[in-house]
Write a protein that binds this ligand. Structure first.
Ligand code: NAD
Ligand code: ZN
Length: 345
């Protein structure tokens, strides 16, 4: 089968031919209908070392059940599903709460999410190790909604924990309006009465941010924090969601957050936010949320079913996946790139 792999350190993704896996006991083989392209894949490909190459990329997955291994009872061949991406041990207290994204044992057990250490989903077939990781898609379109498994789930998780601060009269700033950010704007609008200020690097991105529901869209530059202060009568924003995580965006976050506000660093830009007295306003809380919980994935899908969450998608065939990554890197995508294995180039 065709698969998109990252093969050697410093190389770009390649389309290769690999064997179709077969499901062992408890496992489920999916025929892939859609797989999302995430900036975290670029992070993986930027690391100076990485165990387990070649790596099939892809951690946003939708498919139909092709076949099941022994002892799988809850899904039937033909059923449309999405895959919960984080990987926990599946049996500790944290995992029992559906919070597999924060399983304390995954790392020591050598358990990795697909496409981020374990074989990923950007291929014609994809082996899922346990039926508990499958969430019914129902009548949602897989191509339009596959990105909800990460680009939707991650901001949903980040925003849900900050809901008590997002009261009427509050302000939320979204830095970076790409795959995750454009969904963060919609989630904020659907779940909270907060005023949403979006920041990105060019006018095209700002008009996209306004299109997805931001009340204000600003260039992410040295003036941004002053404008945010002006828009909030000097108070600053109660919540800052940084989907970049680079030195200039974290500086804007520190300068724009209100006292007793929250800075949520979602982007893996590799920069540090200096904290402590004199670095951030009094009472600032800083968060580093990772992905989302299994139950929250059901909630995100339900938000899409209600019509309040719509992923902007650009589609590519498996053969075109390397091009999708070039577009992601160049910052020219609108919303999320989705690979459609069934499409021909
Ligand atoms: P993306 O490339 O689709 O979007 C990034 C956006 O940020 C683009 O619109 C880009 O123009 C904008 N941007 C770049 N530099 C900027 C700056 N200085 N100021 C303002 N905007 C700027 O990426 P994505 O797939 O949405 O991922 C966003 C980040 O979130 C990545 O770092 C990714 O690795 C990370 N991520 C984290 C988690 C998590 O669990 N914490 C999960 C998924 C992705
Ligand atoms: Zn991701």
């Amino acid at each position: 089968m065709k698969a998109v792999q990252y093969r050697t350190i410093g190389s770009r993704p390649e389309v290769v031919d690999i064997p179709v896996p077969s499901p062992g006991p408890g496992q489920v083989l999916l025929k892939m209908t859609a797989a999302g392209v995430c900036h975290s894949d670029e992070f993986v490909m930027s690391l100076p070392t990485f165990e387990g190459l070649p790596l099939t990329l892809g951690h946003e997955a939708a498919g139909t059940v092709e076949s099941t291994g022994e002892g799988v009872y809850s899904v039937q061949p033909g059923e449309a599903v999405v895959v919960y991406g984080p990987r926990g041990c599946g049996r500790c207290h944290t995992c029992s709460l559906g919070r597999e994204n924060y399983c304390p044992y995954a790392r020591e057990l050598g358990i990795h999410p697909p496409g981020l250490g374990a074989p990923g989903a950007m291929s014609e077939y994809f082996l899922v190790e346990n039926e508990r990781l499958l969430v019914p898609l129902g009548d949602l379109d897989p191509i339009a909604n596959v990105a909800l498994t990460d680009a939707g789930l991650t901001p949903y998780h980040a925003i849900k924990s900050l809901m008590p601060s997002l009261i009427p009269g509050s302000t939320a700033v979204v830095i970076g309006t790409g795959g995750l950010g454009h969904l963060a704007i919609q989630i904020l609008r659907a779940l909270t009465p907060a005023t949403v200020i979006a920041l990105d690097v060019n006018e095209e991105k700002l008009s996209f941010a306004a299109h997805t529901g931001a009340h204000h869209a600003l260039l992410s530059n040295a003036d941004a924090s002053r404008i945010i202060r002006d828009l909030t009568e000097g108070k600053g924003a109660e919540v800052i969601l940084d989907f970049v995580g680079a030195t200039p965006t974290l500086k804007i976050a520190a300068e724009s957050v209100a006292q007793e506000g929250d800075i949520s660093i979602v982007g893996i830009g590799g920069a540090a936010l200096p904290t402590g007295f004199g670095f951030v306003p009094y009472g600032t809380r800083v968060h580093t949320p990772y992905w989302g919980t299994r139950s929250e994935l059901f909630e995100v899908l339900n938000l899409a079913r209600s019509g309040q969450l719509k992923v902007e998608v650009e589609t590519f065939s498996l053969d075109e996946a390397p091009l999708a990554y070039e577009r992601l890197r160049a910052g020219t995508l609108r919303g999320r790139a989705v690979i459609v294995p069934g499409a021909t180039t």
